[in-house]
Design a protein around this ligand. Structure first.
Ligand SMILES: [Zn+2]
Ligand SMILES: [Zn+2]
Ligand SMILES: [Zn+2]
Length: 333
C-alpha cells in the first residue's frame, strides 16, 4: 500500500509509492538546444553588467547582467491600484541573469567548487545590493537547467529577481514556520534537521556548515534540500567560509543528481527571509522562526491533473530510497 505523508511546514500531503521507481525508470523528455540559438551568449555583450568576477587576466568567470523588461522593469515607479474588486500593480522589480560560466558548454559543477563559490558570491553580493532599495521586499534566486525546467538555451545560468511583493510560495513557508514557532517556540527547520540527523536515512551529505537530504514529504522524486547548520533566516548573512563550504556541497550534490538520473532537467531555488525594512512589525519572530535553505527539484516527471487539481503530489521514489541512490553513487570517472 502506498503511504500518505504530511509536510510539516506547508501542511501539504504527498503520496509516497510503496515500490520506489529506480532512477533508470525515469525517462525525462530531452531537448538539447542548439548553440547558435543561445540567448545568453548573444545577449552577453548588449545587456548592462551589474557584477563581474574576473581572473587575474581579466577574463570574466561569472557575470551578472540586468535584463530589464523580461519579467520586471526597474525603471518605473512602483504603483499599486484597485480596479473594481481586483488589485493590480505595475511590474516594478528587477530581473538579473547570472552567467555561471564563461563558456557555453561548461557548468560550474564541472569547473569545480571554486567556480560554484564564485556563483554563490555573485548571488550574495547582488542580494545585499538589491535589498538596499526599500521598495524591494523579496530577492529570489533560482535556476532552470534542461528544457523541461524552462531553460531555453542550454547555457549554464541562473536568475535573481527582486520584487515589491513576497511570492506566495515564500509566504506559505513563512506562515508555516511562524505557526510552528508560535506553538513550539522552536525553528521548524532546526527541528527537521535534528530529526534527519537522528534518523539518518534521508541524509546525502553533511559538512561542517551544511546538510543535504531528501525531505520526508516533498513534491518531486529525488528532491534535495540543503540547509545551513547554523540557524539564520537570511542567506545574505552567510559567511565567506560558509560560501566556500556551500560551493563544495552544491557541486557534489548536483553531480550526484546528474549521475543518478542521467542529466535530468532540474530547478533550484534559494528561500530566504524577506527584507524586514518594510512592515517591520509583521515579522517580529522572523529571525527565530525562519531558516534559509536551498531546494533542488529534478523534473523527471510531468505534473498530471491529479497534482494540478488537488495540490497533492506523488513521490514515485521514496525519499529514503532517493537518498540511498544519491549517497551511494560515484560520479568521478
Ligand atoms: Zn551560450
Ligand atoms: Zn533554524
Ligand atoms: Zn523553501
Amino acid at each position: 500500500m502506498n503511504e500518505l505523508r504530511r509536510d510539516p511546514l506547508l501542511g501539504r500531503w504527498v503520496v509516497v509509492f510503496k515500490e520506489s521507481l529506480s532512477p533508470e525508470e525515469y525517462v525525462p523528455p530531452r531537448e538539447t538546444p542548439v548553440k547558435g540559438s543561445c540567448v545568453i551568449c548573444s545577449q552577453a555583450d548588449t545587456e548592462e553588467e551589474v557584477l563581474g568576477i574576473r581572473d587575474e587576466q581579466g577574463t570574466p568567470l561569472v557575470r551578472v547582467l540586468r535584463t530589464d523588461g523580461s519579467i520586471f522593469s526597474s525603471d518605473v515607479q512602483l504603483e499599486r491600484r484597485g480596479v473594481g474588486m481586483y488589485d493590480m500593480m505595475n511590474s516594478f522589480g528587477v530581473s538579473e541573469v547570472v552567467l555561471e560560466t564563461p563558456e557555453h558548454n561548461l557548468t560550474p559543477e564541472d569547473m569545480g567548487p571554486e567556480q560554484m563559490k564564485r556563483v554563490i558570491d555573485a548571488y550574495y553580493t547582488r542580494t545585499l545590493e538589491l535589498e538596499r532599495d526599500d521598495r524591494i521586499r523579496y530577492v529570489m534566486i533560482y535556476k532552470n537547467c534542461g528544457a523541461l525546467s524552462g531553460d531555453l538555451c542550454g547555457h549554464s545560468h541562473s536568475f535573481i529577481t527582486a520584487t515589491p511583493i513576497i511570492p506566495k510560495r515564500i509566504k506559505e513557508e513563512l506562515d508555516g514556520a511562524k505557526g510552528y514557532y508560535g506553538y513550539k517556540e522552536r525553528c521548524i527547520f532546526c527541528d527537521m534537521m535534528r530529526e534527519e540527523q537522528r534518523y539518518g536515512k534521508r541524509i546525502i551529505l553533511q559538512t561542517e556548515h551544511f546538510i543535504a537530504y531528501c525531505p520526508f514529504a516533498t513534491r518531486f522524486p529525488f528532491e534535495i534540500w540543503i540547509l545551513p547548520r547554523r540557524h539564520n533566516c537570511y542567506f545574505k548573512e552567510i559567511t565567506e567560509e560558509e560560501r566556500a563550504d556551500l560551493g563544495f556541497v552544491m557541486t557534489d550534490v548536483i553531480k550526484r543528481l546528474r549521475r543518478v538520473l542521467n542529466d535530468p532537467p532540474y530547478n533550484f531555488v534559494f528561500h530566504s527571509a524577506p527584507s524586514k525594512i518594510p512592515r517591520r512589525a509583521q515579522w517580529h519572530t522572523l529571525g527565530e522562526d525562519f531558516h534559509w535553505h536551498i531546494e533542488i527539484m529534478p523534473r523527471v516527471r510531468r505534473l498530471t491533473g491529479f497534482e494540478l487539481g488537488s495540490g497533492m503530489y506523488t513521490l514515485s521514489t521514496s525519499p529514503e530510497d532517493a537518498a540511498k541512490f544519491l549517497k551511494e553513487v560515484s560520479y568521478e570517472d
